[in-house]
Design a protein around this ligand. Sequence first.
Ligand SMILES: NC(=O)c1ccc[n+]([C@@H]2O[C@H](COP(=O)([O-])OP(=O)(O)OC[C@H]3O[C@@H](n4cnc5c(N)ncnc54)[C@H](O)[C@@H]3O)[C@@H](O)[C@H]2O)c1
Ligand SMILES: O=C(O)C[C@H](O)C(=O)O
Ligand SMILES: [Mn+2]
Length: 542
Amino acid sequence: MAHKGRARLFDALTTKGTAFTHEERRELGLLGLLPIAEKTIDEQVEHTYHEFSTRRDDLDKHIYLRALQDRNETLFYRLLSEHIEEMMPIVYTPTVGEACQRFSEIYRRPRGLFVAYPDRAELREVLRNRPEREVDVIVVTDGQRILGLGDQGIGGMGIPIGKLSLYTLIGGIDPARTLPIVLDVGTDNVERREDPQYLGWRHRRIGDDEYYAFVEEFVAAVREELPDVLLQWEDFATTHALPILDRYRDRLLTFNDDIQGTAAVALGALHGAAQTAGRPLSEQQVVMLGAGSAGIGVLEMIRQEMVSQGLSDAEAASRIWVVDIKGLLTDDRTDLSDGQRRFAQPAARVEGWAGVQLADVVHQVDVGVLLGLSTAAGAFTEEIVRELAGKTDRPIIFPLSNPTSRAEAHPHELDEWTDGRALVATGSPFAPVERNGKKRRVAQCNNVYIFPAIGLAVTAARATRVTNEMMRVAAKTLGEASPALSDPDEPLLPAWEDVPEIATRIATAVAVQAVKDGVAPERSDDELAQLIRESRWKPEYR
Ligand SMILES: NC(=O)c1ccc[n+]([C@@H]2O[C@H](COP(=O)([O-])OP(=O)(O)OC[C@H]3O[C@@H](n4cnc5c(N)ncnc54)[C@H](O)[C@@H]3O)[C@@H](O)[C@H]2O)c1
Ligand SMILES: O=C(O)C[C@H](O)C(=O)O
Ligand SMILES: [Mn+2]
């Protein structure tokens, strides 16, 4: 922190703005560079909250908060931590989706790294130019599947920035040690490419051979520059997401949030739901709409959970029904990937059915759990939901697609169509549901319950891999924190105010598991717990 003068005043990570005391101003050569008033951080929070509140819409609020982040990170996180429930939907889903779509238009200042294909001969230099030397967590996207909004090219950068803000807010990762990265490999979104304001490389997406070679080069440069960093893959198209994860999961400290983080949060929410419904997962028939990387990732974990509850692999698979854009996955389909094939039902099982769409499956099968990771807005129709509600007392219905505009159903509809019996969790945030004059919060089943805790765990424990067991322990620890376990009228997942504390608990369990799995240095459970608490960064001026 050697900076003095203007360099110090304008360094977002260490500035205090008007909160520099007179003495500090004298020491740091700031006399005269600030108005005479000396503010406390609480006064600054009050002021910025007022400013935030006067912005006209959510995108405007997003722009305000991002600008504050670029100006004074400590204040940004302090403000967020005091208004977490109100501001999460602004810096993250759903508003971040619009911020990605309009990234070039609302662009003010650079952040993180733009790793562009035309610079491929100088990837190491690009990595070396990173804003801060030491990095604990990278979130990288190539912008091809931004939430359910498709290819946003370089605009996808909004996602790594938003996710890393939550690594700090919830997981206590030092913001100076986070690095958002976008791989700019072109875009197939013609509207973006032809927009004169577009800031990315104006080119079609490169072909697979070039693509995988570029990713390999990128990974090699990351390993050379930052050998211990956690590398999180985010919002890659399913066709790339799965091969990339397969290729690197045993070579690096890495995970794919859409596949693994989503699976863990869904399993966590299902824990409270199954308990409230009075029927364990292994006795449920599960239907998933959507067979992309998110849907298949969730189903893999559900299957493992059913097996741990006593079923064989085959018995578990026979309880899982997956419907994609073409209909039910059956073993006579020739268009399935290996991952999808594991969940294909024998074609003989559906002989004589009138059709194989979602409505047919819900009609024919004794469904207890209906999950959506399809991007198909409104696909959980009144007819389907009413039929499901006729089969079971407490139907479990999770429309998990993001952002709000892609949700398979809205919670108030599900509540109405099931007379309040549905156990609901959504991917994006929704307003509470009102029934008999009582308002009930809707659980937001979003991977943000998981990834900050994973980051905290591997950073504090100095883990070298993210194992499947670590993800399972994260799911279990989250599941055990479900408010619904003690009161069936409570939501399936904890309130946002409690999430930083729960992330600490999850991180501790994950770190203990990392040691057990032999991917982190030996330490006692107590030592790990203490290490995790102490390593949390706090939004305070120092
Ligand atoms: N809640 C969360 O934490 C979370 C996490 C990850 C992803 N998601 C959301 O999940 C969605 C899917 O992500 P993905 O990476 O798996 O995407 P993807 O595009 O790879 O997969 C989408 C799947 O849905 C199917 N589908 C599309 N339209 C359909 C329709 N009309 N009817 C039936 N099936 C249809 C497709 O065939 C495909 O199998 C996105 O909206 C994403 O935002 C949510
Ligand atoms: O970003 C989110 O809100 C969750 C998830 O990673 C998604 O891609 O939808
Ligand atoms: Mn994602």
